[in-house]
Write a protein that binds this ligand. Structure first.
Ligand code: FES
Ligand code: FES
Length: 212
C-alpha cells in the first residue's frame, strides 16, 4: 500500500505549482507582440450647411448624423432625438423644403442644403402660424415630440399643396385635399407618447383652412 505521505501535497504547494505553470505558458519567449490598442484619430471632412438661413461650416466625422450635427455641434437642441432609428419622427426637420428624419441621414449628405429646424420656423415673438396653432389648440403635453410634429405638419401642408399623393387617396392622380384622413395619414410617422393627436389635427386643420 502506498505511503499516505506520497499524496499529501499541501494546498500552498498546489497554488505555487499552478502559478509556475501559468507563468511558463506566458513566458516572454512565447508572448505575442501586443498590438497598439489606441483608437485611430478620427478623420474629419468639411461640410457647409445653410441652417435657418445661416451658412454653417463644419468639420465632421463622416459618420455624424444630421441630427447629431444640429444638436451637438450647432447646439440647436429644439430638434429632438427620440428613437434614433427613423421610427418616431421627433427629429423631423425640413431640408430643401421637404421634411426628413434627421437621424437617418448623415450631415455630409447635405452639403450646401438648406435646413430649417423648429428654431428657424418662428421665434417666441413671431411664431410660425403652425406654432401659434399648436399653442392655441393645446397640441402638446410634455412637448417632446412637438418640434418634430410642427416641422412635419408644415411639410404635410406643403406636400398637399404640391399635389404629392398619399396612401389614403383612392385616385392617386387626383389632387389631394387637406382632409382629416389625409393629414392623419401623412402625420403617421410622428409619434406622440402623450397622445395629443386630436389637438394636433385641430391645429393643422386651422392652418390648412380646411374642415377635418
Ligand atoms: S429620432 Fe429620428 S425618427 Fe426617432
Ligand atoms: S406631447 Fe409628449 S410626446 Fe407628444
Amino acid at each position: 500500500m502506498a505511503d499516505k505521505s506520497e499524496f499529501s501535497v499541501s494546498r500552498r504547494g498546489v497554488m505555487i505549482g499552478g502559478a509556475a505553470t501559468a507563468m511558463a505558458a506566458h513566458s516572454p519567449a512565447e508572448a505575442q507582440p501586443r498590438k497598439a490598442t489606441m483608437p485611430p484619430e478620427p478623420t474629419t471632412m468639411p461640410v457647409t450647411l445653410k441652417v435657418n438661413g445661416k451658412d454653417r461650416a463644419l468639420s465632421l466625422d463622416p459618420r455624424t448624423t444630421l441630427l447629431d450635427t444640429l444638436r451637438e455641434h450647432l447646439h440647436l437642441t429644439g430638434t429632438k432625438k427620440g428613437c434614433d432609428h427613423g421610427q418616431c419622427g421627433a427629429c423631423t426637420v425640413i431640408v430643401n423644403g421637404q421634411r426628413i428624419n434627421s437621424c437617418l441621414s448623415l450631415a455630409l449628405q447635405h452639403d450646401g442644403d438648406e435646413i430649417t429646424t423648429i428654431e428657424g420656423l418662428g421665434t417666441p415673438d413671431r411664431l410660425h402660424p403652425m406654432q401659434a396653432a399648436f399653442v392655441k389648440h393645446d397640441g402638446y403635453q410634455c412637448g417632446y415630440c412637438t418640434p418634430g410634429q410642427i416641422c412635419s405638419a408644415v411639410g404635410v401642408l406643403d406636400e398637399i399643396k404640391r399635389g404629392v399623393p398619399s396612401h389614403v387617396q383612392a385616385d392617386i392622380t387626383a389632387r389631394p385635399q387637406a382632409t382629416g384622413a389625409e393629414m392623419r395619414e401623412r402625420m403617421s410617422g410622428n409619434i406622440c407618447r402623450c397622445g395629443a393627436y386630436s389637438n394636433i389635427a385641430e391645429a393643422m386643420t386651422e392652418v390648412a383652412g380646411a374642415k377635418a
